[in-house]
Structure formats: C-alpha cells, structure tokens
Design a protein around this ligand. Structure first.
Ligand code: FES
Length: 575
C-alpha cells in the first residue's frame, strides 16, 4: 500500500544510526545490555507498552504475553523494547481509575516521544487502560497496534455461571435481604473470577476492547479471544509481526482512524449493548485524532442499531460464549449492512475485507437482527433543564415502568451521605422516589467514580424492590444495571442544575422523548443559584489537583484541554 520506509528514515535512526558522541552513548548502553549491532541496525524499534502489574489480575498474563509479542517482532525483523506503563487496576485503584486515565495517556505519549521508538504495541484491557493507551498513542502519531487482554473464563458457583460485577451486585442484594448465607457469599467470592483476564461480561473492559477492534486498531477477532485460550498468545505474536510491517508501511493512526471508523465503533457499541463509560472514552479518542464527535451521535446511531449480543448484563451469556459464537467478526457480519466496510484497519485491509467470510456459529449468543434483545436505542441521551448538555441512560437495563416516570427527589450531597442514608430502616422512601447523588462528576468526584448505580435503600430491598430511578453526574460500572441516569452535564460541583435539586422536588424522565425535567420554576432555580456555594477542591497538590484544574466535562470526553488535538509537541532534541 504505502511506499516502504528506508532504514535511514526510521525515527530511531536519529538515536542509533548516526555517527556522533551521543549515538555512541546510546549504542554502548545497548551493548551493556548484551545486544549487538545485529539486534538493532536498520531495524524498527518497537515499544511494547505493557500495563502488567502484580496488582492487576486482569493483566496477570501480560508478563508472559509480552514474550509472545517479542517473538513476533523478532520474527519480522524488529527490535522489541518492553516499557512498563501504569496498570490502572479497576478493583484496587481508588477513588477511581478514571482519575488516572489521562495520566496513563500522558505516560504513553511521553514514553513514545522521548525514546527511540518507531512503532508501538499497546497491551491493555482492564477498563481505562485501553482508552488511556490509545489516546496517548494517537497523540504521538506513530504506527501502533492494540493487544486486548481478553476476557477471563466464565465464573462458576454450584454449576451456575457467574458474571463479573453483575452477579456480585445481584447476590449482594440477596445477602442484604437475608436470602443467602455468609457461607454462600464466601463460595461466590471464590468462584466469580476463575482465571486471568478482564471481566467477562459486556462491561467497560469488554466494550472498550471491542471498540478498539471495531476502530481498526487490533487484528481481526482479537478482542473476543478469552485470555486463557491458546489463540491469545498466537494473536500476540501475530500482532508483533504486524507492527514491524506497519512501521515500514508508515501506517500511522491518521491512516487508520476516520469519521467512518468511529461511526463503526459506535454502531458496534450499540450492537453489543456496551458500557455507558465507552461514550466518554470514544469521544476522548476521537478528539485526540482530530475528529469532532458529540454525544448526540451516540443517540442518533443507537436508533439505527439493535442490541444483538446476548451477553450480560443486557443478555444471558458471557464473553467466552461470544468467542465460540464467532466473536466480534461474527457479530459485525450480522450488522454488515450498517457498517462502513471501507474503513481501514491495522492489518492493512478494510473492515469489510476482514469480515467478508465471518459467520455466527451460535445464534442464541449472537442473535439475528430480527431477533434482537432490544430493537433500537440501547443508549439514550436525555436533555432538559436538569441536564442542559445531556446525560446518559441504558433503557434496556431499566425496569420498563421507569422509562417514563415522575417522582419526588431524595437528594444526597455526596457519596458518604448517600451510603449512610440508604441503610436507614426509617428512610422516608418509596419505589417511586428518585434518588439523586451530587458531587460525583469529573471535578467533583473527582474522577467521576462509578457511583451511579446508587444502592436501592435497604428498606426497599427487603420489600423486594430491585430497581428505581437514580440520577447522578457519576459514571456506572459497565457490569451494572438498573434505571440509572448518569453523566449529568454540567456536573453539580461546577454549579450545574443538578447542584440545585432539593429533596421533595419533582423530577420527570421520558426516555422516548429523550427528556429529563426538574419541576422547579426558573425563578426558583435562579434564586437557588444565587445562594449556591461551591465546595472546596478535594486535592491541594499532586496529580489530583492537576486533574481538577484541567479535566473537561463528560460530554467532552473528560480529557485535559491541553491534550486534545490541535497543539503539536516537537520531536525531542538529541543532545
Ligand atoms: Fe479489570 Fe473488570 S476489573 S476488567
């Protein structure tokens, strides 16, 4: 396709190929590590950005997989260099890995910029690692290929298949209601995560791995391979081989990514019933690529594409089943007519070519379009006086009665207040109330923690209530479910209308009309606004302070304004 680059035009040549004192220093240090000129001379240097960590179970196999990637790079005549990047382990990192997504993006960009790198392999998977790595690599603009960690095996408890997150929430409510014992709960704890790999429901990790593939950033089929399947190391080696050719072909991200590839990714997101978190990440990735994308596009495309992946939390099966059913290529073949087959992918072929022979093998797992779980509108963007710039809901995950609902608000000023109040047996609450959480947005959390699936008050759980309308400027785990309205923008911490809601106010939601309305007069809202006092920033120093000062709102992708496309950073001077 492209003219082949010459060894002298490689970026690394500036460090390794010229004859001066600096290059002497670089080469002597490579020799210090046991390499010889045969290892690097005239070869592309490929960075393997590895988010392995002892505290990230989702990436536990990456230590070994990096060796498979190196094998592929060496086979193709490249020089592999593994560079660790921060791991963003979803279960352990507090208050939220979202706080650190932009830090990983900066780390990826700066690692690629400051070292003698010609191309990169990005190893991610656990939630924010995918967008973090991809955002940074897009900004740097070198050829790159993304390797997804792959989902873990299905969970198991007494022969019942358990799904990450979803079944934890489900059985936690059963435990709170007194329906299962401590011993049952301990068994579930031991069975819900049985192997390395990411969450195996259609949570944020699976959604983002799938979106990366749909964008054309991974080899075909990569995103749905279970982490423990032998296909996974084979895919890693193949990705290593391919990135070397991508460097010679100068296949930079601007040659892969286009408005069409982002539309494809959003349509695939809808077809898999993907995580709401992906909306923020896709907008951020698009803007890094200089492609304008708004949240309205998600609403438009969601009306065109049905949910056909019968995967939890929207459906019945798990990611392992999706692999056996034909994986993402199989699913894309089912909605082929809705995708732009001309979009380019990292293997040098178009998306249409890649899925030309793909098929669905298990039609109960990847459903035919005419048997969709949800015909259209998997993601709804609502607007109104409570969310002038929009908010997000997954109507399919909510009890139907709550898709058109009016009720009185119960307002919690922050997470701690909410956590205390929902446990009170005497809380004045009915299933028709609307729970409202403030100060959980990008700046308020900060980092927009996944608090958006507010717990159903204990008193109602005991009475058998399992869903009610909940509204916040927080995010929600992709493994969560329920009538949760998220990402209310502008957020309450900066004085958005959500900050002005009081307990007892009436709130109306109409999903079909895409409307959310606070039943308070404009005069009263203006009065409340004049009395509103901002909370002090939560961080006085460090990255948290930088985050609070620079993070954008959810509809802008929560990126830092100084990292979006437009500004250019020069190549480093080599002195
Ligand atoms: Fe890593 Fe869910 S905890 S993907």
């Amino acid at each position: 396709m492209n003219t082949r680059k010459s060894p002298e035009s490689l970026r690394s040549h500036r460090w390794l190929g010229v004859e001066d004192l600096r290059s002497f220093g670089h080469r002597s240090r490579l020799r210090q590590m046991g390499y010889d000129a045969d290892d690097w001379k005239g070869k592309p240097v490929i960075a393997i950005l590895n988010t392995w960590s002892d505290i990230n179970a989702c990436h536990a196999h990456f230590k070994a997989r990096a060796e498979d990637v190196k094998r592929g790079i060496l086979q193709a005549g490249g020089f592999p260099v593994e560079i660790p990047c921060m791991s963003l382990s979803e279960p352990f990192q507090k208050p939220s890995t979202m706080l650190y997504r932009n830090l990983l993006a900066m780390e990826a960009e700066e690692n690629l910029r400051s070292y003698p790198i010609d191309g990169a392999v990005l190893m991610g998977g656990c939630d924010k690692t995918t967008p973090g790595l991809v955002m940074g690599a897009i900004s740097m603009g070198l050829p790159f290929i993304y390797i997804p960690a792959g989902p873990m095996l299905r969970g198991n408890w007494r022969g019942e298949q358990l799904g990450s997150g979803s079944d934890a929430w489900k059985y936690w409510d059963e435990k709170r209601a007194g329906n299962i014992s401590d011993a049952d709960w301990a068994e579930i704890e031991g069975g819900i995560a049985r192997s390395f790999g990411t969450c195996m429901v259609m949570g944020t990790a699976a959604t983002m791995m799938i979106i990366a593939e749909a964008l054309g950033l991974s080899l075909p089929g990569a995103s749905t391979i279970p982490a423990a399947d032998a296909s996974h190391p084979r895919m890693c080696a193949a990705s290593g081989r391919r990135i070397v050719d991508m460097v010679w072909e100068d296949m930079t991200p601007d040659k892969v990514l286009s408005p069409a590839s982002f539309d494809n990714a959003i349509k695939v997101h809808m077809a898999v019933g993907g995580s709401t978190n992906a909306i923020i990440h896709v907008i951020a990735m698009a803007r890094r690529a200089g492609i304008a994308l708004s949240i309205e596009r998600f609403d438009q495309l969601s009306r065109e594409v049905p949910v056909i992946a019968n995967i939890r939390p929207s459906g019945k099966y798990l990611m392992e089943d999706m692999f056996y059913a034909g994986g993402l290529p199989g699913l894309m073949s089912e909605i082929k007519g809705k995708l732009d087959g001309g979009a380019m992918t990292v293997n040098g072929r178009s998306l249409g070519d890649n899925i030309a022979t793909a098929k669905v093998w298990l039609k109960e797992v990847i459903l035919p379009v005419d048997k969709a779980i949800y015909a259209e509108g998997a993601t709804a963007i609502l607007k109104g006086n409570l969310a002038p710039r929009g908010c997000v809901m997954k109507p399919a995950a909510a009890e139907p009665r709550l898709r058109q609902h009016r009720g009185k608000a119960i307002v919690f000023r922050d997470y701690d207040e909410m956590a205390r109040e929902v446990e009170r047996e005497d809380l004045d609450v009915t299933p028709d109330h609307v729970l409202v959480l403030q100060n959980a947005g990008p700046k308020g959390g900060p980092g927009m923690p996944e608090w958006g699936m507010l717990p159903i008050p204990r008193k109602l759980v005991k009475a058998g209530v399992r869903d009610m309308l909940r509204i916040s400027d927080a995010r929600m785990s992709g493994t969560s479910y329920g009538a949760c309205i998220l990402h209310v923008t502008p957020e309450s911490f900066v004085g958005g209308p959500l900050a002005l809601v009081k307990t007892g106010d009436e709130i109306e939601v109409d999903v079909k009309g895409r409307r959310i309305h606070l039943g308070v007069s404009d005069e009263e809202l203006a009065k409340r606004r004049s009395q509103w006092q901002p909370l002090p920033p939560r961080y006085e120093r460090g990255f948290g302070r930088m985050y609070q000062e620079h993070v954008g709102q959810a509809d802008d992708g929560c990126d830092f304004e100084f990292l979006e496309a437009g500004s250019t950073v020069p190549e480093p001077e080599i002195h």
